[in-house]
Design a protein around this ligand. Structure first.
Ligand SMILES: C[S@@+](CC[C@H](N)C(=O)[O-])C[C@H]1O[C@@H](n2cnc3c(N)ncnc32)[C@H](O)[C@@H]1O
Length: 415
């Protein structure tokens, strides 16, 4: 096992759950060997600098990420090394600006060993996405990067960077270009960077939701009924529903007179189109449906809900951050999501009992098998620690829905 996983064990579930599909975090010695082999295959030069590049000994203490293509081959990798008393690989030539940052208590990490052999812009976007998300989770202030001077201006356009040293030697690839050291301020939000780094996260997933939408809308089980009925009665004021899907809960919301307005947001066009039809059919005038990502939510709400959607959020940290910003101080966030006791055979029996003979029966069952078999659901305790880390206090928690397989949390913002 890689050392870093033991040291930061409690943060690993969050890091792993923020990885977009096709991006992986090295967690075993075999995986690390595969990444090292990938680097060695590319840089076959036997010069001392290149040997040093391969064997600096820091890999086992770093977060090493890699991207696979659809055929399973590695097409990119990067390494995020957290600064420690051991120092960074370039310790002997680091400028005083780095020591100043250390002295002022800033938490630093170095992004290095960046290699991309597949689709350049997509792989870079995915790697920057995971590096940024991980830095946020482990609370890094600045990421240091040794880069070719010629690459500085493209980075400047996207994120807040500062050149700390112009004298980091020459690149040892064929180009022999001048290198510099930059610091990247992780907490300086940049809309441009977020757009760049989220470009390839989730897209495939939303196409799958489009395909699923009519079956999702068409089959309505007692376990869903129970969730919608219970959650909707807890809602008050202006309500925001994240990952609202086909808006099945709207019929229940409309009946709750404490609900002033309902806003559903979902990034699947198939789902939102059905939700709009349903709203019109219900003649629910206080309902509004928005085709967008949860990550882009704005406005303030008394109640925010999310039913059976959280597990699929590509960027959970960003979503939780946005939820905190959009929730009024006295507001409540009701989160309902499958847990590790989600019992597929038992639930399949229930589907059989309630939906056999329905024209969508087979598709509904097979899509739900597919989802449940591809996702790793967190236990109730893991979910609680994820939301606590994001700044929420838990007021109520249970796992009574879906025969025990779905967790329910009632949350408010930590004061
Ligand atoms: C299983 S459906 C749940 C729908 C609904 N809440 C319900 O209980 O019937 C999950 C939905 O979450 C949506 N979703 C997942 N991640 C999202 C994101 N980041 N932004 C917007 N929608 C998202 C998907 O498009 C999908 O429609």
């Amino acid at each position: 096992m890689i050392n870093i996983n033991q040291v930061n064990n409690n943060l690993l579930p969050r890091i792993k759950s923020s990885l977009p599909s096709n991006v992986y975090l090295v967690q075993s010695f075999d995986e690390l060997q595969e990444v090292i082999k990938y680097r060695r295959n590319y840089y076959q030069d036997g010069s001392p600098e290149v040997q040093m590049f391969h064997d600096d000994g820091f890999d086992e203490f770093s977060y090493v990420f890699y991207v696979r293509d659809d055929d399973g081959g590695i097409i990119g990798s990067a390494r995020l090394l957290v600064d420690s008393l051991t120092g960074l690989p370039e310790e002997s030539i680091l400028p005083s600006a780095v020591h100043d940052l250390r002295r002022s208590g800033k938490k630093l990490a170095e992004l290095g060993r960046l290699l991309i052999t597949g689709d350049k812009s997509k792989t870079l976007s995915l790697l920057y996405n995971v590096v940024y998300e991980t830095a946020k989770i482990i609370d890094i202030n600045y990421i240091l990067i040794v880069m070719k001077k010629s690459n500085v201006s493209s980075h400047e356009k996207m994120m807040k960077i500062k050149t700390l040293s112009e004298n980091m030697g020459l690149s040892w690839d064929e180009e022999k270009k001048e290198l510099c050291l930059i610091s990247w301020d992780i907490n300086a939000e940049s809309e441009k960077f977020l757009r760049f780094s989220q470009r390839y996260v989730n897209n495939k997933q939303f196409e799958e939701w489009n395909d699923y939408s009519k079956y999702h809308f068409g089959v309505f089980l007692s376990v869903q009924h129970e969730v919608y009925s219970s959650v909707s009665t807890k809602c008050v004021g202006n309500v925001l529903d994240l990952g609202c899907g086909s808006g099945r809960i709207m019929g229940f919301m409309k009946e709750n007179l404490n609900v002033k307005s309902y806003t559903g947001i979902d990034y699947s066009k198939g789902m939102i189109d059905l939700a709009i039809q349903y709203k019109e059919n219900l003649d629910y005038q206080r309902a509004k449906l928005i085709l967008d990502k949860i990550e882009h939510v704005s406005g303030k709400f008394d109640t925010i809900i999310s039913n059976l959607s959280y597990y699929s959020w590509g960027n959970k940290n960003k979503c939780l951050e946005v939820i905190k910003d959009s929730l009024l101080d006295e507001g409540r966030f009701l989160l309902v999501t499958p847990n590790n006791q989600f019992d597929i055979p038992k639930l399949a029996n229930l589907v059989k009992r309630e939906a056999f003979g329905h024209p969508y029966y087979n598709e509904f069952l097979s899509i739900n098998y597919h989802i449940a078999n591809t996702v790793e659901y967190p236990s109730l305790d893991e979910l609680i620690s994820q939301v606590r880390l994001a700044g929420f206090a838990v007021e109520k928690a249970h796992k009574e829905f879906f025969l025990g397989g779905v967790s329910y949390l009632e949350l408010r913002k930590m004061s």
